[in-house]
Design a protein around this ligand. Sequence first.
Ligand code: 9Z3
Length: 335
Amino acid sequence: MYHTSNPEPDTAIDRTVPEFPVAQLSDEDKYFNSYKPPSYLPRIEDEVRSFIEFHATTSGKPIALVTSGGTTVPLENNTVRFIDNFSAGTRGATSAENFLENGYAVIFLHREFSLLPYSRHYSHTTNCFLDYMTEANDKIEIKPNYAEKMLKVLRKYKDAKESRSLLLIPFTTVNQYLFTLKSVSELLHRVESKALFYLAAAVSDFFLPQSRTPQHKIQSQDGGGKLVVDLEQVPKFLSRLVENWAPSAMIISFKLETDDSILIKKAKTALQRYQHQLVIGNLLQTRKKEVVFVNSKGEEKWIRLTPEQVEENLEIESLIIPEVVQVHNQWINRK
Ligand code: 9Z3
């Protein structure tokens, strides 16, 4: 078993790694040439390869790569401090469940220990999992008021497992995320337009180059009582994804903003810059109630929960995914 939250001691203050050059053409390629992939990556590639092979040859299901959760930027190699991006993993985990229900196989590339499909209903809640249990005749049972919902979740979970339709792949740092995304994308080439990228992970825009990452915990006296962090821009990997890694797949990215006056503009800029198919825009404050689909023709379509649906605790992903599936089918049949 590999864990993505452990540091890689070999890469500590590797002074041979060149300083990352700022804003030049093909920064993406430079990034991947300059930095080391995580040591466990070949094992992930094996798992992903056999998952894709199984669905290409046996189940025939289309494959969605769902990314979820925030990436970290470690400030030390033996990481005590890190910068994080906000995301609980709700959008990704809930969307993954909905893709599975819509007949997709799902590669769930997620921040380790963020929400997972199915278990999310019982993890990270104010209830401890033991609060769902009770004792009867020296045996443990599910409390009757939770049993009905849990049975539904259990059946879906078992179905996903038995049909080998869900593959969980973890990341912690932005470097691990980028290398794993690249590998998975290249492997997905095998299924071409039947591959759907649904990039809901909250990816850091900045990172600390390895050449400037200290091996050990930064001491408070080191910088005269101040911590000055000088970060570089993460390369715009989406253009590589669209052009080189997965040129025939449909790619959907999410755009997160907090200022509603710039959301649509930023979504359109992303589409123009990367030339992919769809951006789903959301505001941090309202992301569970409304999102906007912006396509490459510049069309905007809002998806909103009605007050009644909010009252019934309907999850917006149950409206988003059928819409996405429809767009994906049109994409597959476009020729
Ligand atoms: C999102 O916008 C997601 O919907 C959220 C989900 C992170 C808001 P939660 O996990 O939140 O349900 O708590 N993800 C994309 C964020 C992002 O980093 N997008 C990049 C950008 O905006 C493009 S890939 O530039």
